[in-house]
Ligand binder design. Sequence first.
Ligand SMILES: Nc1nc2c(ncn2[C@@H]2O[C@H](COP(=O)(O)OP(=O)(O)OP(=O)(O)O)[C@@H](O)[C@H]2O)c(=O)[nH]1
Length: 319
Amino acid sequence: MPLATQDAHAFHFLVDMLESVEIGLVVLDLEFKVQLWNGFMENHSGLTSTAVREQNIFLLFPELPATWLKRKIDTVVMLNTRAFTSWELRPYLFRFGSSRPITGTSPYMYQNVTISPLAEPDGSIKRVSLMVYDVTDVACSRIELEQANAQLNCLSKTDNLTKLLNRGAWESHLNSEFERFRRYGHDCTLIMLDIDNFKRVNDQYGHQVGDDVIRHLAETMRACLRSTDHLGRYGGEEFAIILPETSLEGACVIAERLRQTIAQAEVRSHNANVSYTVSLGLATLHKQTASSQQWLRQADEALYAAKHAGRNQVLCAGL
Ligand SMILES: Nc1nc2c(ncn2[C@@H]2O[C@H](COP(=O)(O)OP(=O)(O)OP(=O)(O)O)[C@@H](O)[C@H]2O)c(=O)[nH]1
């Protein structure tokens, strides 16, 4: 076969491959007019190569991030170097439908994009190519994995019954608030809270009603406190609250309001109306507080004193 015919054959194969390759290939001139649009781009955009040829890409796809893409292309041309953007920074360049609509969790195709300069025989750059890679599979697996990790992380810190922080997670807040106090000296007060005679609730109405009372208490605490407060289930029917930026006086008002709200409430559960009360012990941080454990002990002692003083009341450590 003559050399020229061989070259023509090779060229033909090459064009065939570019047409059918599972990567989007686009060539733009410096006025952003489409010079090449392969089969992948046709299939996913629904626009034929003939329809887009010599058309401005930003008029064809008004949703393209024009400022960003023009700046990228300018840099590619000016520095005669490639640029790359990944789905993690920008999920897609062209908003194409997901190629895995049945199994996929994404409504669109995640894309990595490479922009390359195309040199003329004299070395000047008058065109650039965009290569669009469909990375939906990788992106969806990564996103699902991250969601599962976040969920696991949340579960490992949450008490199942109340959805409050569990003891371990709450104690890490106790330690960090103690360290914050040592550094900045801002007010911070701790409340330990325990349901009064809870054993009787369980004995009289059963464990499921007891669980509903615990849930009710958790909801009441959530409703009475700020989102910046740290609420935890410390033990069975014992709860703990850290109130950052709150003095002992402020915490007393909050604790008293919580006590009264609970004392006035009635929990409707399994055809029973249950009333209950709580005792609360408070301790605020001082320069003399030696450790987070000492702080916790002071609040616990105040709670113990409140129980001994007749329950259904708020007592403060050191008063
Ligand atoms: N329903 C239910 N009961 C729990 C749970 N955790 C702990 N308890 C019960 O809480 C009760 C705690 O009893 P005690 O420690 O004697 O204290 P109390 O009856 O509340 O009495 P005081 O604290 O002295 O007012 C026990 O009966 C435990 O079984 C729980 O998750 N659900």
